[in-house]
Design a protein around this ligand. Structure first.
Ligand code: HEC
Length: 116
């Protein structure tokens, strides 16, 4: 009995904590100084433009072609609401984006959605 307990105590359990990303999803997400022209546009490019860029094959009719257009949904809160709305998510076809992508957009909106 004692031997069994000692064996349990000495069994390495560190494997549960080896991966920082698994333990704290988003812990390594860099949300400092988000720029519209760099980080935000890249996320939009990968996840949104197929439906939100006028002229794209699957255009939704709601363009985010220009800064002013995305700024409008940032300011009226629709942007942050929809990227976090599991029942009506954006991107509509793939469901919620990674937590890190959502945190990046939120950080940019919180900073006033600057045209930087
Ligand atoms: C597969 C197509 C598709 C993709 C991809 C997509 N959307 Fe949409 N989006 C739509 C459609 C269609 C609507 C209009 C219907 C609705 O509101 O659900 C919409 C509406 C919206 C609205 C509400 C606009 C308003 O004024 O009411 C926001 C905000 C939005 N999308 C943001 C995004 C963002 C941000 C992404 C990328 C992360 C994205 N969408 C990706 C199709 C898409």
């Amino acid at each position: 009995m004692l031997a069994a307990m000692l064996l349990m105590l000495s069994t390495p359990s560190g494997c549960y904590y080896d991966n920082e990303e698994d333990r704290f999803p988003g812990a390594t997400c860099d949300t400092v100084n988000m720029r519209y022209s760099v980080e935000i546009k890249q996320i939009l490019q990968e996840n949104c433009y197929r439906c939100h860029l006028s002229g794209s094959a699957t255009f939704s009719g709601i363009p985010f072609d220009t800064y002013e257009q995305i700024k409008a949904v940032a300011d009226n809160n629709k942007l942050v609401t929809r990227i976090n709305d599991a029942s009506a998510p954006m991107p509509q076809d793939e469901g919620l984006m990674s937590l890190c992508n959502r945190q990046k957009i939120e950080a940019w909106v919180r900073a006033g959605a600057p045209n930087n």
